[in-house]
Design a protein around this ligand. Structure first.
Ligand SMILES: Cc1cc2nc3c(=O)[nH]c(=O)nc-3n(C[C@H](O)[C@H](O)[C@H](O)COP(=O)(O)OP(=O)(O)OC[C@H]3O[C@@H](n4cnc5c(N)ncnc54)[C@H](O)[C@@H]3O)c2cc1C
Length: 651
């Protein structure tokens, strides 16, 4: 049952382990007092985990148990929670040097750091207030709310008839919905996640991660190294919790998709009007200095010093005040995610929207698609006995790059040999630097400035600073105990650069033995080398901007203090498993193309061999777009929608 540990004794055991970890990681005294014990961190952490989805909770339990048993195989010879405090701390330091152990400890450390930094007493000590960079004058308009149908209104089996059923309401699904509804088709959008308004984004970021990320933000790959791949699960899809960064697909990528992948009508001159249209609808504009904040300024300073290409990031915003919380839902309704842009356009044109309904069946008769079926979920995301059936001759899958292939595989539709393959994720991490000056990196736009000097090598660097403790920040600080806390205490003096690497290697989405999608992905050695190069470049930029220390996040190389040490990052002694990575752009798992042996859809998103079935999301991308993908996805979705209309009108 949700809200309870999977088993009472197991829950108590996990609590004991996490309590032991928190105490060793965040002891009392030192430069940031109180410690974990004084603020009852374990109670906060426990109640957070109790609200996790069962899969996410199980994952935390497994990691905690792995930590518990690990010292038995070292000179410590006792379970972690039974070690005296100083030996627990020593064990955590040892874990920093061991690649496998680090992969277990880092996520648990992040969880503890996140809850610790979010505590009001600690947030006050760090100086984090969560207020916009530019003061908001006057009052805001009432929060925008979309008319959605969901449980408990859906308290029986329900049937709908439409021209088009769209599965998923994110970047791809919402764009198709708006275009088709405005062209006069009757459209139903079915979304698994909950509907949110600005009111839901007034709570601590950590609470929002639990509510609006799939599996509470803990979705990850299986492979070496395991990589966190968070995804949104909400009306509006991942755009609700993304950083807002907008790049057009670079021309060299479009040329390659045309010439090498054989995709029709994708040349730069064909795509340019689509990009323009999307950017106009979303009001995509560059970050201005009055909201950017100092984290962006640091990257600009570093880039100017090195003489490399740089600029302010373009984002879809209206009235942004630099709240610094894009990835947790915009508390001011400034970021034009799909909730505030494409979905209202769709709804105004008559589209009907269902929330908390998980599509699991695609209906087919005589080889043609006839609609979809969904299970109605309760407010906790658990199945109710009720089902929603949408009868429609056209079905558009826009469930994202993990769930679209899952739906096809489950329903045995489409060219099976290609579905789920070619998974790209843009592996990356955050590189933090310590400065003498006060930066308060969390104040201002969260992802604000870029350096694209090395784009053709598949490396993009972006100044990105989430609220203290959330995301990569607390997990990458080396060490434990007072040293760790001393670094947290100087959070205000940190700047961070996020690195994004185009993966040449790929993984695969399969239906796991538990019936859910599994992301199989091991980092290709060439991509690992590129990640190291990107970390080194970020370090160079931070030093050029005046950093005193940089944290490259490699085992045995936790801190570097001068440019001279940067070369060590490039050493080939680091293996892929030594890297602690996260990735935010799953894509490519139902690639488009003209050859049914290599692709899942044609050049315009129609699934090979299944009339009436289309795809319009990140799955379509044949390879990495080299930049953050949302504009590419929306432009491709617009292209799919227009093709559907042409086909509809012809028939
Ligand atoms: C933290 C974070 C920051 C990011 N920042 C940026 C950025 O700055 N710029 C950028 O370009 N990209 C960014 N991205 C990535 C970007 O948001 C995604 O690439 C994009 O939203 C993907 O679009 P999509 O339509 O493929 O899927 P999504 O937007 O994920 O939408 C898919 C929707 O389908 C729903 N769904 C899944 N299965 C089912 C089912 N069976 N039934 C019903 N509904 C279902 C999901 O709940 C989801 O809401 C970020 C991602 C994350 C996680």
């Amino acid at each position: 049952m949700r809200g309870q540990p999977s088993d009472g004794r197991e829950g108590t055991r996990v609590r004991t382990i996490l309590e032991a970890l928190a105490e060793a990681l965040l002891p009392s005294g030192g430069s940031l007092d109180p410690g974990a014990v004084e603020i009852d961190l374990i109670d906060d952490l426990d109640s957070l985990i109790a609200r996790f989805a069962p899969e996410a909770r199980r994952r935390v339990e497994l990691m905690a148990l792995a930590l518990e048993l690990s010292p038995l195989f070292s000179r410590h010879l006792r379970p972690f929670s039974q070690l005296p405090s100083e030996r627990r701390e020593a064990f955590l330091r040892l874990a920093e040097q061991r690649s496998t152990l680090r992969q277990i400890v880092a996520p648990l450390k992040t969880l503890c750091g996140m809850v610790y930094c979010a505590h009001p007493r600690i947030a006050a000590l760090l100086g984090y207030e969560g207020r916009p960079f530019k003061p908001v004058e006057g009052s805001l308009p009432p929060p925008a709310a979309l008319p959605v149908r969901q449980y408990p209104e859906l308290r029986r089996n329900e049937e709908e008839i439409a021209d088009v059923a769209i599965v998923g309401s994110g970047a791809g699904g919402a764009t198709v919905a708006a275009e088709l509804a405005r062209a006069g088709l009757s459209v139903v959008v079915i979304e698994e996640g909950p509907a949110a308004t600005r009111e839901d984004f007034q709570v601590r970021p950590v609470e929002r991660v639990v509510r609006f990320y799939r599996e509470n933000g803990l979705t990850h790959t299986l492979g070496l190294p395991p990589i966190l791949v968070p995804m949104g699960c909400a009306v509006g899809g991942t755009t609700v919790v993304n950083s807002g960064t907008c790049f057009r697909t670079p021309e060299f990528v479009l040329h390659q998709w045309h010439a090498v992948e054989g995709i029709r009508d994708i040349e730069p001159e064909r795509m340019a009007p689509l990009f323009e249209e999307i950017e106009g609808l979303l009001n995509v504009t560059p970050v201005t200095d009055d909201i950017m904040g100092r984290n962006g300024e640091i990257l600009r300073r570093g880039a100017e010093a090195l003489g490399v290409r740089h600029g302010p990031i373009r984002r879809p915003v209206r009235g942004c005040h630099g709240s610094g919380q894009c990835a947790f839902g915009c508390p001011l309704d400034a970021k034009q995610d799909m909730r505030l842009s494409m979905l209202p356009r769709a709804v105004q044109a008559g589209a009907r929207l269902y929330a908390r309904c998980r599509v699991d069946r695609i209906r087919v008769r005589n080889g043609r698609v006839t609609g979809v079926e969904a299970m109605v979920l309760d407010p906790e995301g658990q199945p109710t006995p009720y089902r929603l059936i949408v009868h429609a001759p056209v079905v558009v899958l826009a469930a994202g790059a993990i769930y679209t292939p899952w739906l096809l595989l489950r329903n045995r539709l489409g060219p099976r040999h290609s579905i789920g393959r070619n998974l790209r994720i843009h592996p990356g991490c955050g590189v933090m630097g310590l400065f003498e000056e006060e930066i308060e990196g969390w104040r201002g736009v969260m992802q604000s400035y870029y350096v694209d000097e090395w784009l053709t090598e598949g490396i993009l660097l972006e100044a990105t600073f989430p609220p203290p403790g959330v995301g990569y920040s607390a997990g990458v600080f080396p060490s434990a105990g007072q040293d760790y806390k001393a670094r947290l205490a100087r959070y205000r003096q940190m700047a961070a650069i996020g690195i994004l690497v185009s993966d040449t290697g790929s993984g695969r989405v399969v239906v796991g033995p538990d019936g859910r999608p599994w992301m199989l992905y091991s980092l290709h050695p060439e991509d690992a080398a590129r990640v190291r190069k990107a970390i080194a470049l970020a370090a160079r930029l931070l030093f050029a901007a005046g950093a005193r220390e940089v944290y490259p996040g490699l085992p045995g190389l936790e801190v570097i203090r001068s440019e001279k040490e940067i070369d060590a990052i490039l050493s080939s002694r680091w293996r892929p498993a030594d890297l602690i990575l996260s990735a935010y752009h799953p894509m490519g798992t139902c690639r488009m193309g003209e050859d049914p042996q290599r692709s899942v859809t044609d050049s315009y998103g129609a699934v090979h061999g299944v009339p009436g079935l289309w795809i319009a999301d990140a799955s379509l991308l044949p390879s990495s777009p080299v930049v953050n993908p949302q504009i590419t996805i929306m432009a491709l979705a617009l292209r799919v929608a227009r093709r559907i209309l042409e086909t509809w009108r012809r028939s």
